[in-house]
Design a protein around this ligand. Structure first.
Ligand code: C2E
Ligand code: MG
Ligand code: MG
Length: 648
């Protein structure tokens, strides 16, 4: 800037000097010409002076200035020597010559000046118009730019175009700054909740862990909302979005009130808290004393998220499951920390939801097995690697078979037998229970129809139906369709639905069950005593049979309290015309107890483990042929290893 100013002044001075020089040369030229004219025709004003009266010294100066004829008169006036006659000089005052020069150039100069003024006026006017047009177009461009930021400019009518342009440019500068902040934010944060996104969160943890020394501990909470899909399905996605925003707000205030924050100065984002996607959130706990601190925060988060969410006139409850991974014990890389906390969260979900779990290596191997079995199950379903076993449920009087429970088995080519306790939950979670369950129902009905035709007319087949099937299959149509495909009468079929499912199913499903009952299909509540349902619901549910869970019976043999509860369940069931089946009877003490409590139907290893269809056929059809021929019901003859023979 400084050098530009210096150059400017240098140029101006040079031009000014040039101008002076030009004026001077011009003046000299005219003056010399004028003197020549005067020499030819001396003017009236000329007068004579003797040589010696003229100052010779001044002629040097005149020489120097190219005006050889210039001299000073005795009265010290500048005069011009015109002609020398007889030692006398004819001289003319310089002022007179200048005046005549002036008069001779005045009119042309005036004309030139007027012309210059007019030219100046026209040029400047032209330039003003040109500038105005330029400013107009700049203002338009500025307005267009402002509009690309989504802002409508309203010009200030009273103000000049320059003021408007200035105003527009200031606005653009403001919008551009805001736009920069916004784009930075959207690159770093999740649009819905304005929390840090996964990428930024992981980068941030990486930065924090790099500067830590080995002794410093940190933790990571992986928070997943329970039943959020249900909220979305029931109330719509925009409602779900609102809930996520409220969850984010609660988590933010937890982070701030516990001073867990790490706020970025540029974007003002809370970098220790992120939304990873969907209903998954995570909090990074930097520099903690140990697992206890992480547990405290997890508990705090659980309590905060259990508080009612209010949206308009709706109040809903949500819980969360939390997985905790610790640095450096669990993992030392951000991605691994998140993954392991996710594994622990998954365990928290499995173990009942609404709780937290700290990651342990054993969880990781379980997750791997889960995915392995899921893949293998998909193959096994298509390649028919499943088969059914049948466990008899008998009447205590005479060991008469009331029905067989169909229990699915999976013979894996490498793993060997995989138990239903392990694979049914995986099948349910992945919805693989749908194709598998279709096969089970149809295979069980087909098998029973074969036995039915062979004489087992009074025996039913019972099939376990999971809550996923109840929700995804058109129940009535599905069951009746399978029955008609296999030829089995509806009265030979029983469906076992676990107690906990009844807490989770809709009014429509209950109506479907009722319709099936009217067709003759029996409905049983399975594993009763584990689902915490109130006894009162027994009166309202469309069920015929109550199967008391093994665990409850095991407890009742040792505790008088449990015995009393068991007795009241049995009495009440009988009053409601429900048949009671005791599951998992393994010894005589249990059998005696149940008989004393008036339970008529029992199932358990004491009578028989689940058997293959071939074994059932041999036992019932071949050995009990007389009985079948007699009354259409099979008898389960206990083998010598079973002690039932001693009691019946
Ligand atoms: P569940 O429906 O309560 O079936 C009874 C379970 O108890 C069977 O286990 C049976 O073998 C076992 N059991 C019977 N008597 C005794 C006994 O005296 N002692 C002991 N310890 N256990 C006994 P399983 O076959 O392993 O099946 C476990 C669970 O898996 C079943 O419980 C049922 O919930 C589910 N499951 C089995 N098969 C199917 C199926 O085809 N479909 C569906 N959805 N679930 C099934
Ligand atoms: Mg069952
Ligand atoms: Mg059961």
């Amino acid at each position: 800037m400084k050098s530009i100013t210096v150059k400017y002044w240098q140029t101006v001075s040079l031009l000014f000097l040039l101008f002076l020089l030009t004026v001077y040369i011009f003046f000299i030229a005219i003056l010399s010409k004028e003197v020549d004219i005067l020499k030819a025709i001396p003017p009236a004003i000329a007068y004579e002076l003797p040589q010696q009266q003229l100052s010779e010294a001044n002629t040097h100066v005149a020489n120097f200035l190219f005006l050889e004829d210039l001299a000073k008169s005795p009265d010290r006036k500048l005069v011009v020597k015109i002609v020398k006659e007889n030692e006398h000089w004819l001289i003319v005052p310089l002022s007179h010559i200048i005046l005549s020069i002036f008069l001779s150039v005045f009119y042309p100069a005036l004309a030139l000046l007027i012309f210059a003024f007019i030219a100046y006026f026209l040029i400047s006017n032209y330039q003003r118009v040109k500038l105005r047009n330029m400013l107009d177009s700049m203002l338009n461009t500025a307005n267009e730019i402002a509009e690309t930021f989504g802002q409508k400019q309203s010009p200030k009518k009273q103000q000049s175009i320059l003021v408007n342009l200035n105003y527009a440019l200031e606005n653009i500068a403001r919008y551009a700054t805001q736009y920069k902040i916004d784009t930075e934010q959207s690159a770093f944060c999740d649009k819905l909740t304005q929390l840090t996104n996964r990428h930024t969160f992981l980068e941030h943890i990486e930065e924090q862990l790099i500067i830590d020394d080995d002794n410093q501990k940190s933790g990571l909470l992986f928070i997943d909302l329970d039943g959020f899909k249900k909220v979305n399905d029931s109330f719509g996605h925009s409602f779900g979005d609102e809930i996520l925003i409220q969850v984010a707000e609660r988590l933010k205030s937890i982070v701030r009130s516990n001073k867990l924050g790490f706020s970025s100065k540029t974007t003002n984002l809370e970098k220790n808290l992120a939304r990873l996607g969907g209903d998954e959130f995570t909090i990074f706990l930097h520099h903690i004393d140990g697992a206890e601190f992480a547990v405290n925060i997890a508990q705090y988060v659980l309590t905060e998220l259990e508080r009612d969410f209010i949206l308009g006139n709706k109040t809903i409850k949500i819980s969360a499951s939390i997985g905790i991974a610790l640095y450096p014990e669990s993992a030392d890389k951000p991605n691994a920390l998140v993954q392991l906390a996710d594994v622990a969260m998954y365990r928290a979900k499995k173990d009942g939801r609404g709780i937290y779990k700290i990651y342990s290596p054993e969880m990781g191997s379980q997750l791997r097995r889960y995915h392995y079995l899921l893949e293998e199950m998909r193959l096994a379903i298509t390649s028919n690697n499943f088969y059914l076993t049948f466990q008899p449920i008998i009447h205590v009087d005479g060991c008469i078979i009331s029905y067989f429970e169909a229990l699915v088995r999976w013979q894996h080519p490498i793993e060997g037998a995989v138990t239903p306790i392990e694979f049914i939950p995986i099948a349910e979670e992945s919805n693989q229970i749908l194709p598998l369950g279709d096969w089970i129902l149809s295979e069980a009905c087909r098998q029973m129809f074969a036995w039915y035709n062979a004489g087992m007319k009074k025996t039913k087949i019972s099939v376990n139906v999971s809550v996923i099937q109840l929700k995804h299959r058109p129940l009535y149509q599905w069951v009746m369709g399978t029955l008609s495909n296999t030829g089995l009468p509806p009265s030979s079929l029983m469906l076992e639905i676990t107690e906990s499912c009844f807490l989770d199913i809709s009014e429509e499903i209950i109506l479907e069950l009722e319709k099936l009952r009217q067709e003759g299909v029996c409905i049983a509540i399975d594993d009763f005593g584990t689902g915490f349902s109130s006894l009162a619901i027994l009166a309202t549910l469309p069920v015929d049979i109550l199967k008391i869970d093994k665990m409850f019976i095991d407890e009742a043999t040792g505790s008088s309290k449990y015995r009393k509860i068991l007795k009241s369940i049995i009495d009440m069931s009988h009053q409601l015309d429900l048949k009671v089946v005791a599951e998992g009877i393994e010894d005589l003490t249990q059998l005696e107890l149940l008989k004393s409590l008036n339970v008529k139907y029992i199932q358990g290893f004491l009578i028989s483990p689940p058997e293959s269809s071939i074994n059932v056929g041999t036992k019932v059809l071949d050995q009990g042929i007389n009985h079948l021929a007699h009354n259409g019901a099979g008898v389960w003859q206990p083998t010598p290893s079973n002690t039932i023979s001693q009691v019946v």
